[in-house]
Design a protein around this ligand. Structure first.
Ligand SMILES: *[C@@H]1O[C@H](CO)[C@@H](O)[C@H](O)[C@H]1NC(C)=O
Length: 243
């Protein structure tokens, strides 16, 4: 008899009391909330695994137009006579300690690194542009070898092989970023002169360098023995491997 009454209930229009209405609305509200939580979780986790760009949170990536200085005889702080002043100007471009990235950020890139001793779960990483600039500085020094005497370098790899490595790294970086800014000519058909003073769309390098400076690991805290030696291993790589 009980089951007959139930099936009858389903087939007939039901008149609900206020309490029954409250329970019914409560049920639907509960289902909606649960669906919302599930959706939020799905969005959170898929976002986390598909956006390695957010590595270590907010490395500046915005761009702005920059007018290149393309004249051979124009002076700027990166040209001029070899010496301590010029060396320091170049060094300021790339001489930055690594920073500490969370392991899960590296996992998303299928990479691993060396753990930072005082920060378990965080690993040393550096930005490629700083190694590329370091390499270009090596080439600059080699061009002015009269001044820098690089052949006597304390390394088992001949200096020319090291410079070749640097040129090859810079080649790959240039091809990777393939700057398609238009270059025009001045002068006449018979005497054309390229105009390198073009406006390029550039990453905000100063902002990236400031970010890296603000996030660098204090190597003195990490390695009391010889923080400079470790920094060379992490940043310059090949020089130290060659020893
Ligand atoms: C790095 O750590 C050492 C030792 O704790 C400290 O003396 C030094 O001032 C720190 N350097 C910076 C740049 O914070």
């Amino acid at each position: 008899m009980g089951s007959d009454a139930e099936s009858l209930n389903f087939s007939l229009p039901v008149k609900r009391t206020a309490k029954q209405w409250a329970i019914q609305i409560g049920k639907y509200f509960g289902i909606l909330c649960a669906a919302g939580v599930v959706a939020a979780l799905v969005i959170y986790f898929t976002k986390d695994s598909t956006e390695p760009k957010t590595l270590a949170g907010g490395i500046p990536d915005d761009t702005h137009p920059v007018l290149f200085d393309g004249s051979i005889d124009a002076a700027n702080p990166y040209k001029g006579p070899s010496g301590k002043e010029l060396d320091n100007t170049w060094k300021d471009l790339y001489d930055i300690n690594p920073f500490a990235a969370p392991g899960k950020d590296l996992k998303a890139l299928h990479k691993t690194s060396i753990e930072v001793p005082t920060q378990p779960g965080r690993f040393f990483v550096s930005l490629a542009v700083f190694h590329q600039l370091h390499c270009l500085d090596m080439v600059r020094r080699y061009v002015h070898n009269d001044h820098y005497q690089m052949d006597g370098h304390d390394s088992s790899v001949p200096i020319v092989d090291h410079i070749d490595h640097c040129i090859d790294m810079i080649r790959q970086a240039l091809m990777c970023h393939a700057d398609t800014t238009l270059i025009t000519w001045k002068g006449t058909f018979n005497r054309p002169e390229p105009d390198f003073n073009a406006e390029h769309q550039c990453k905000k390098f100063d902002k990236i360098r400031d970010w890296a400076k603000n996030h660098e690991v204090n190597m003195t805290d990490e390695f009391e023995k010889d923080p400079e030696a470790l920094k060379r291993v992490l940043i310059e790589g090949i020089e130290q491997n060659a020893k």
